[in-house]
Design a protein around this ligand. Structure first.
Ligand SMILES: [Zn+2]
Length: 418
């Protein structure tokens, strides 16, 4: 908290105090946290960070909250896995998987919610709220329970059953809305004005919340020995995560924590059922046109992405690309990651891995690049998506004879019908 100087409008630059504000009252631009960059340069080093906890809170000096009493379930410092078998399949030299399935509630949302609720508590809020496609719902409900706050979580009614149960179990208020995520989000924007005593993590607390995603960049750089990757692939829903990964890498250079060199290329991943940012990039447009989402990647199903334009700008500026992948490619992406690296991703991770494969095969990701792919949610959250494509290799009676019918002389499975 010591390094925050306030909020600043991303569009007109007007300054605001560090309170529960998110929109500029002059130009309606989004507000962003502003830091005392000189103060950070003078006091934050690789050593001060390394001396911190083995969690995302080691970067508290670069976040808009105090690390003294965070609302924390043990988030961050998730594994960065050298994915040689995946790289070989894709004809790439060096691929790393940032395995954010390992966070406390199984997704990267624990990063943003940890920051949001820590800040909300500092500001005196007693109630946490959000609009969610599922992962955020899990995380807000769990962190609110941990903090002893009441919670109101609003979700589209047709979410995966697992995501409803794994939210409701934490004992807060879970409200299923008969509408799309964009409907839920619009409702929550209205509710945020009706109930100013609620901390809506992705509405009135959004400037702080969004900063939590920078830790995805900080950790990767530190885990690579304080070096930047050449190219990263990040899923796009609201676009906030991609924007903040880009910002995180640029801050590390700005603060003197990594060597400046060619910037990190940032590529985005979307599903065919929801491609507002991919379409704008493909058309060379500056306008991110809203769409009506469909398909299995529900956690990315935001048809009117709040930070879509900023994500587009980051991809363009950094020389990245955005691919859109089909539901079949998403399933294949989940299975490819699982069978090569032993990591089980939710559908959003399937989108990201399928995008990695597509951009590699198109030559957009070059074979000599050091690539990091962000896998941001656990496969157990979206098992329904795989119900028709994986299952037992065979179902047999409990006899040696039955097994003998399956296995050849070398001990391998014979080709059997499933
Ligand atoms: Zn403004």
């Amino acid at each position: 908290m010591g390094h925050v100087v306030g909020l600043r409008c991303r569009e007109c630059g007007r300054a605001y105090p560090a309170e529960a504000l998110h929109v500029c009252e002059f130009c309606f631009g989004p507000l962003e946290v502003a830091y005392d960059r000189e103060g950070i340069r003078a006091s934050v080093t690789r050593e001060t960070i390394a001396a911190g906890p083995a969690s995302m809170w080691r970067y508290a000096d670069l976040l808009p909250v105090s690390a003294k009493s965070p609302v924390d379930l043990g988030t961050g410092m998730t594994p960065l896995i050298l994915a040689d078998r995946l790289a070989a399949e894709l004809g790439l030299r060096q691929v790393w998987v940032k395995d954010d399935t390992r966070n406390p509630t199984g997704s990267f949302k624990d990063r943003v919610v940890g920051v949001a609720l820590t800040k909300a508590r500092e500001l005196g809020f007693k109630t946490a709220a959000c609009a969610s496609t599922g992962n955020l719902a899990n995380s807000v409900a769990a962190h609110a329970a941990r903090a002893g706050m009441e919670s109101f979580v609003f979700v589209p009614h047709d979410l995966e059953a697992v995501k409803l149960i794994t939210t409701a179990v934490f004992g807060g208020n879970l409200v299923a809305v008969d509408g799309s995520y964009d409907d839920v989000n619009r409702l929550c924007a209205e509710l945020a004005s009706e109930f100013p005593s609620w901390a809506f993590v992705n509405v009135n607390i959004r400037p702080y919340y969004a900063e939590g995603s920078k830790t995805l960049a900080f950790e990767v750089a530190e885990q690579l020995g304080w070096q930047l990757p050449d190219h990263v692939v990040v899923p796009i829903a609201s676009g906030s995560q991609l924007t903040k990964v880009d910002k995180g890498f640029r801050e590390l250079v700005d603060f003197g924590l990594v060597e400046a060199r060619d910037g990190v290329r940032i590529s985005g991943a979307q599903a065919e059922g929801c491609t507002p940012v991919a379409t704008a990039l493909a058309e060379g447009s500056d306008h991110v046109r809203p769409v009506k989402p469909s398909g299995i990647a529900k956690s990315l199903a935001i048809g009117n992405p709040a930070d879509g334009w900023y994500a587009l700008e980051a991809v363009r500026r950094s020389g990245g690309a955005i691919a859109a992948v089909t539901d079949a490619e998403i399933i294949e992406g989940i299975r490819l990651l699982a069978r090569t690296e032993g990591v089980f991703a939710e559908t959003a991770g399937g989108v990201t891995v399928a995008t990695l494969a597509k951009l590699a095969s198109a030559g957009v990701i070059r074979p000599d690049e050091r690539v990091v792919v962000y896998v941001t949610g656990n496969g157990l959250k979206t098992v329904e998506a795989l119900a028709d494509s994986v299952g037992p290799s065979a179902t047999i009676p409990p006899t040696l004879q039955a097994v003998a019918g399956l296995i050849d002389a070398e001990g391998h499975m014979k080709a059997v019908k499933r």
